[in-house]
Design a protein. Structure first.
Length: 352
């Protein structure tokens, strides 16, 4: 599917375009799970070679950031599935030509829908249309007004606005992870303060939650690494386009600082995840030591009665106690006392 965003005199129109009717005046073409025919139509219109899904997954910087056929190609990892409770990352390619922005994705990031809705309702967020823009009531098919010219830097500002929205979504995810880790910390320390022993299933759930948070944090770190590599490349690409990009460069500097601050926050969350993991493992060790201590106390407590019973179980011929009338009650009382007295001593010491 292709969504075409067309700049009008005082608004931005959006329409869903079949592959054989892509509007040439579109400032942004969003390719979502495109077919081979749609890709061919866009390549013919823009004069570029669109990367394949396999090329988008390449990890080399030269395969993710490059210039070709007068266009700049940039592939980054973008968050999706946050609202569904199953956040993940998928590669998205941004193709910046002199005339338009082209995005290629095989996932459904919420950031694209958010930016597209904001763009159609308030085109001034791109900094290139009139501020008195009229809201667009849904998807429409529109053509530019007579005499309307494409404004300079439109594609670049659309790209920067979209990237800022993506970074904001990653910041929202990090806030969610931080809240989850705080809740996990409360559960860990509240269980340690409780006298009721924590079960194996509880520890297993805690470890699963910590592992999920740690895995998600590492994925955010990988995604931010792609943005770290993207920013210098984008800065050079804008510099090569000449003057009129001063505001865009300022936005890139702000976005670069945001990415660096998010990297610092990710490092903090990674350390916190490691701390909570070590704490949980320590709690498991304490619970295991408590169980082993019970068996140790029991074995020590029943050692004297066992010793007495083994002595009087010997088959020696001369044992004076065998002829006593109170020999048997005496042996039983001795075994009971030898078990009770150590238990009382252990209780006084607080060993169990």
């Amino acid at each position: 599917m292709i969504q075409a965003f067309i700049p009008l005199e005082n608004r931005m129109a959006r329409r869903l375009s079949p592959a054989d009717a892509i509007p040439g005046e579109a400032a942004w073409l969003d390719l979502s799970n495109p077919t081979a025919q749609e890709i061919e139509a866009v390549e013919t219109l823009c004069g570029i070679d669109i990367p394949t899904p396999e090329e988008m997954r390449e990890i080399e910087v030269s395969s993710r950031l490059y210039s070709e056929d007068g266009a700049d190609f940039m592939t980054v990892a973008v968050l999706y599935g946050l609202d569904d409770g199953r956040p993940a990352f998928a590669p998205v390619t941004f193709m910046l030509t002199r005339e338009r922005l082209i995005t290629l994705r095989y996932s459904e990031p919420k950031s694209f829908m958010i930016f597209a809705a904001r763009l159609c309702q308030d085109p001034s967020i791109a900094g290139i249309l009139k501020e008195n823009a009229k809201p667009l009531p849904g998807s429409v098919s529109a053509m530019p007004a007579a005499g309307t010219e494409r404004q300079n830097g439109l594609a670049e500002r659309l790209l920067i606005g979209l990237l800022e929205t993506i970074v904001d979504r990653m910041a929202d995810l990090l806030e969610t992870i931080s809240a989850d880790l705080d809740k996990i910390a409360d559960d860990i320390f509240s269980s340690s303060a409780s006298k009721k022993p924590t079960g194996t299933d509880d520890f297993k759930k805690l470890l699963q939650r910590i592992g999920a948070a740690g895995d998600l944090t590492s994925r955010v770190r990988e995604a931010l690494a792609t943005f770290d590599r993207l920013m210098p490349f984008l800065q050079l690409a804008l510099d090569s386009r000449g003057k009129g990009m001063k505001d865009a460069r300022a936005h890139i500097k702000i976005m670069t600082r945001d990415v660096h601050s998010l990297n610092d926050f990710v490092a903090f969350l990674s350390n916190k995840t490691t701390f909570l993991l070590d704490t949980t493992v320590g709690m498991i060790s304490i619970e295991q030591n408590g169980i082993i201590k019970i068996f140790s106390v029991a074995s020590v407590a029943f050692l004297p009665p066992t010793l007495i019973a083994s002595i009087y179980g010997m088959n020696f011929q001369y044992m004076p106690e065998l002829s006593w009338s109170f020999g048997y009650p005496m042996a039983v009382c001795a075994m009971v006392l030898s078990a009770v007295l150590p238990m009382m001593f252990f209780r006084m010491k607080g060993w169990f």
